[in-house]
Design a protein. Structure first.
Length: 628
């Protein structure tokens, strides 16, 4: 298996490199090079898939010939987690990355770089194959098929063997990351050839949408997974690796608001191209942070020798993006139309400011330690203090946008009245400025959506989808602020004793212990009583993994309409029939997860392909300038 797997990785590298060369040749002339490039890309994708298949067979069968397979699986591990072990460690995850990247390159060549396409599409296809070559090199250096005599890597965390989200969250993130390579490639192709047009805009928007959806789902699922398994009661700790996944998402979000059919104004061409060029380098930076060991995080893979190689790859991607942007034949900037474009401009600059702040806050501790050997901490309080004002400005711009863009004022009085009432009520009830501001603006967004819907101003699918997504963002903003107002109680109680937190009474009923092949599980049975709601029994756990000598929490969550009751067992004394419990009432958590669903549903509705329209040929800068 060592020889076969390594040979397949080398084949991916050679085939993709040859395919990239053929695409470059096709960009200079039409005919056979494009067909050959496409066939070579298919062959490279098949080789990458076969390499991953070899590793999956080794994981499922538990072969002793591969070091990675021996580390990633344990006796008694279910088949599901044997398969997901492919991406549980550095070496195996790079195989998944390679498969997804080669799949994107093949898909792009099949649907975008057709025979007879403009040469900018051929340049884009060549860029995507170069990306595959780069990660094939990284995979070869990582040695996923190293034999048992080699010491490469460490055993994956038991966190990755303990929840079904392991089979969904990483593939979604990888798919979103890899798909951002397509907008990057399209931007390189257009900027290097000086060719923009309707077809390019449409392709850019669709590929960005295809990347944004799984990336959003992956980040949200990761937050929920953290909430459901780590036992600390939160969902986002502003960890450097969490932040690294947020950076490309922020760039893709602004790109969607620049490349959409109704948002191609206020210098949209420069914004869209620059953001598309920035998106994929941010992906590579995220990969570097996750796999290099330069930042401390519960989400990082084990320290590996890949750091310098990934740093070089990130530097190369950034340099290439800057070079293309500097050398591009940009058309003359199109001035803003006036006040109607102000919310769009505020949104773009506001999200870019958030991106830069998150990037600086994530890298600052590592940079300071490397330069001065001093340790600094940039945690949630700093991020929340700095980002909260920007978030409120963005929410206000989103609320005002539809009214300023349409120029109509019918129903605005109703929405303003709702805003005023919501602000007054929240100010009295909560006495919290951030929650009052977010809640009032969210109420205005929802009221505006209702008013405009009743007045039939949401006739188009794009308008309906945009409104639905913005309602999701507004609800999510309120949930983000409110969910921080947690009420917590922590006590050691005996069987039959009760404790209270936030109007919730928790009674310890029993403590149990179960010894399994891979772990020992200590469980507390707890009755939850909240107001007039029916009594619920929950069973939080402590799981001790024998092979890892590690203990993980298994919190129990009783989800209700307005809040979750989050119960964690911190310790169990079987002889005394006592347990240490942490009971937290987390407000608005169900609404937070629902807001993500609304936001994604709106984007899908707005971006779904409609009736085919006649596509204009790719335009030169002069044509773009004249059409503006």
């Amino acid at each position: 298996m060592t020889l076969a797997g390594t040979a397949l990785l080398i084949a991916v590298m050679v085939l993709s490199g040859t395919s990239a060369g053929a695409w470059w040749a096709a960009a200079r002339r039409t005919g056979d090079p494009a067909r050959m490039a496409r066939l070579l890309g298919w062959a490279s994708g098949a080789a990458a898939l076969a390499a991953a298949g070899v590793m999956i067979v080794a994981l499922v069968t538990g072969t002793s010939s591969l070091a990675y397979a021996q580390r990633a699986v344990e006796p008694g591990m279910p088949l599901y987690y044997r398969v997901t072990a492919l991406w549980a460690g550095t070496e195996g995850s790079l195989l998944l990355w390679l498969v997804v990247s080669s799949g994107v390159a093949v898909w792009f060549a099949a649907v975008t770089a057709q025979p007879g396409s403009h040469r900018s599409r051929h340049v884009a296809a060549a860029v995507l194959q170069c990306i595959v070559v780069a990660f094939a090199v990284v995979a070869v250096v990582a040695q996923p098929f190293a034999g048992m005599g080699d010491e490469v890597g460490a055993r994956p965390s038991p966190l990755l063997q303990d929840h079904p989200a392991m089979g969904v969250h990483p593939p979604l993130l990888y798919a979103g990351f890899a798909l951002l390579g397509a907008p990057f490639a399209l931007a390189v192709g257009a900027a290097s050839t000086g060719s923009w047009g309707t077809a390019w805009w449409r392709s850019l928007h669709r590929w960005t949408l295809l990347a944004w959806i799984p990336l959003t789902a992956g980040i949200a699922l990761g937050a929920w997974w953290s909430y459901a398994v780590l036992g600390w009661g939160g969902y986002w700790a502003w960890d450097p690796v969490e932040n690294a996944s947020l950076l490309p998402w922020l760039a893709a979000t602004v790109l969607l608001h620049s490349a959409g059919r109704t948002t191609r104004r206020a210098n949209a061409l420069q914004w869209a191209t620059t953001l598309a060029l920035a998106g994929y380098p941010l992906v590579v930076i995220a990969t570097f942070l996750t796999r290099s060991g330069v930042v401390a995080s519960v989400h990082t893979f084990s320290v590996s020798p890949l750091g310098p190689l990934l740093a070089g790859l990130a530097a190369t991607a950034c340099a290439a993006a800057i070079f293309v942007a500097v050398r591009a034949s940009w058309p003359s900037p199109v001035p803003e139309r006036g006040i109607e474009d102000v919310p769009l401009v505020v949104h773009r600059w506001g999200v870019v400011a958030v991106l830069l702040i998150v990037l600086a806050g994530s890298l600052l501790p590592a940079v300071v330690e490397a330069v001065s050997n001093a340790r600094v901490s940039v945690g949630p309080p700093w991020f929340e203090t700095v980002l909260s004002p920007i978030g409120l400005v963005l929410l206000a711009a989103m609320a005002a946008g539809p009214w300023l863009r349409s120029g109509e004022r019918g129903g605005l009085t109703v929405a303003m009245a709702v805003l005023a009432v919501a602000a007054a009520v929240l100010a009295v009830v909560t006495r919290d400025l951030a929650l009052t501001s977010a809640g009032a603006l969210a109420a205005f967004v929802v009221a505006s959506a209702v008013v405009r819907g009743l007045q039939r101003r949401l006739a188009s699918r794009a308008a309906m989808g945009s409104t639905l997504s913005h309602v999701g963002v507004a609800i999510g903003a309120v949930a983000l602020v409110w969910s921080g107002m947690v009420q917590v109680s922590e006590r050691t109680v005996g069987v039959g004793e009760a404790m209270e937190a936030g109007g919730v009474t928790a009674v310890l009923v029993a403590v149990d212990e179960t010894v399994e092949e891979r772990r020992t599980v200590e469980m507390a049975r707890v009755l939850i009583a909240r107001g007039n709601a029916p009594v619920q029994e929950v069973q939080p756990e402590l799981r001790w993994y024998h092979e890892h000598d590690a203990v993980l929490a298994g919190p129990a969550i009783d989800a209700q309409l307005w809040a979750d009751v989050y119960v964690t067992v911190l310790g169990v004394d079987h002889s005394a029939q006592r347990a240490t419990l942490r009971v937290a009432v987390n407000p608005m958590m169900p609404w937070l997860w629902a807001s993500v669903v609304l936001m994604m549903a709106g984007v899908i509705v707005a971006g779904a392909p409609g009736r085919p329209r006649h596509e204009l040929p790719s335009a030169s800068p002069a044509a773009v300038r004249s059409s503006a």
